[in-house]
Write a protein that binds this ligand. Structure first.
Ligand SMILES: Cc1ncc(COP(=O)(O)O)c(C=O)c1O
Length: 391
């Protein structure tokens, strides 16, 4: 009998869609002369001293497993850094877990906490993996739509409206992928009060926090009464241009880190020791590199936002991250049609806003983690495309 492989796929996996970004970039791969404002990854190579730390680790024969929680010296350095920059003290011994990127840390948190049917509230448009990760943990994703008029931040009132007796977790990501939205301390305080009065646990994804261009970045974990009900996720991919090292971490209450460690222990075991050694160098000595990259991103952001608005694609100023999220509604095209036609006609790759959830429809994500020169050419091409579309 012929085996029907499709029938063997688990129902919850069958139900999740393929990432809209990956599909789109498979098409881009096969094309020549494309300027990509697509994949959300720094164009900078990891700073040399960090790469050197990885090379030294290999030279010294540091090639084995580490503790499941990760190297103690890295956890100690993370503890110092999080206390210095986010004002939250975590104990390296039992409140910090090193993971394979924020991606794994998020998956561990959800798998450690969610029972089938528990509701997880998150704000949208959001990073493509949030809703599928919740569903893979048998949770129920509950999206709260953010709006351009609000600078894509979320309000406590919007979250309050989404809370039900099944709500268990609130997920936050500021600055936000794909909108560059940030939060004020006042609004975060209201959200913290809500989390406390409804007994919600908060997962905060702080991966873009170093790429905040204006105003203070406040982590909800630092607000009174929140450390004990927050899982703080952070990583090295964006701030130190280390996406390929696959390294991140979670900080949180002892019992939750212990539960996440058990899932990690039986799945990933530990993060790569070579990446952990490189991350140690990054967190101890990489701050000037981050500052330098942020200033480059700031120049590019100012240029691209100005250019998009001039083209007639209304774009709010992203106060963090490396994404511009202009509205393409004035063209009358759907975000997918806009992105596909722009690619076909002008060879510029951007991600349709709809890839980040239904509330992203009508928008386009343009990643400005690429050279100013390429951004300038991309904007000339986009101007021509919009002009022809509207004509
Ligand atoms: C909001 C957000 N969280 C997490 C990740 C994944 O990060 P990592 O490379 O640490 O797994 C990304 C990557 O784009 C992201 O945008």
């Amino acid at each position: 009998m012929q085996l029907d492989a499709q029938k063997f796929i688990a129902n919850n996996v069958r139900a999740i869609p393929r990432s809209g970004i990956r599909d789109f970039f498979d098409i881009v791969q096969g094309m020549k002369d494309v300027i990509s404002l697509g994949v959300g990854e720094p164009d900078f190579v990891t700073p040399w001293h960090i790469r050197e730390a990885a090379i030294y680790a290999l030279e010294k024969g540091r090639t084995g497993y580490t503790s499941n929680l990760g190297l103690l010296k890295l956890r100690e350095a993370i503890s110092k850094s999080v206390e210095k920059h986010f004002h939250v003290p975590y104990k390296p011994q039992n409140e910090i877990l090193i993971a394979v990127g924020v991606s794994e840390a998020l998956d561990l948190a959800l798998r450690a906490l969610v029972n089938p049917g528990d509701e997880v509230i998150y704000h949208e448009p959001c990073y493509v993996s949030y809703s599928p990760s919740i569903a893979l943990a048998y949770g129920v994703p509950v999206a709260v739509a953010c709006r351009a008029e609000n600078g894509f931040s979320v309000t406590a009132d919007q979250i309050a409206a989404a809370i039900s007796p099944r709500s268990k977790i609130l997920m936050l990501n500021f600055p936000t992928n794909p909108t560059g939205g940030t939060m004020t301390r006042t609004e975060l305080e209201k959200i913290a009060a809500l989390a406390q009065s409804h007994n919600l646990l908060v997962i905060t994804d702080e991966i873009y926090s170093e790429l905040t261009f204006e105003g203070e970045h406040v982590s909800i974990a630092s607000l009174p009464g929140m450390k004990e009900r927050t899982i703080f996720l952070h990583g090295f991919s964006k701030a130190y241009a280390m996406t390929g090292f696959r390294i991140g971490y979670a900080c949180g209450p002892v019992a939750i880190i212990e539960a996440m460690m058990r899932v990690h222990q039986y799945s990933m075991l530990c993060a790569s020791i070579i990446s952990q050694e490189a991350a140690l160098e990054a967190i101890q000595f990489g701050e000037p590199d981050t500052t330098e990259m942020r200033e480059q991103y700031r120049l590019r952001r100012n240029f691209i936002v100005n250019a998009l608005n001039k083209i007639g694609l209304k774009c709010h100023l992203p106060r963090g991250s490396f994404y511009a999220f202009p509205s393409i509604q004035s063209t009358g095209l759907s975000s997918k049609d806009f992105a596909v036609k722009l690619l076909e006609q002008e060879k510029v790759a951007c991600v349709p806003g709809s890839a980040f959830g239904p509330s992203g429809e009508g928008f386009l994500r343009c990643c400005f983690a690429t050279s100013l020169e390429k951004i300038e050419t991309a904007m000339e091409r986009m101007q021509r495309f919009v002009f022809q579309t509207k004509a």
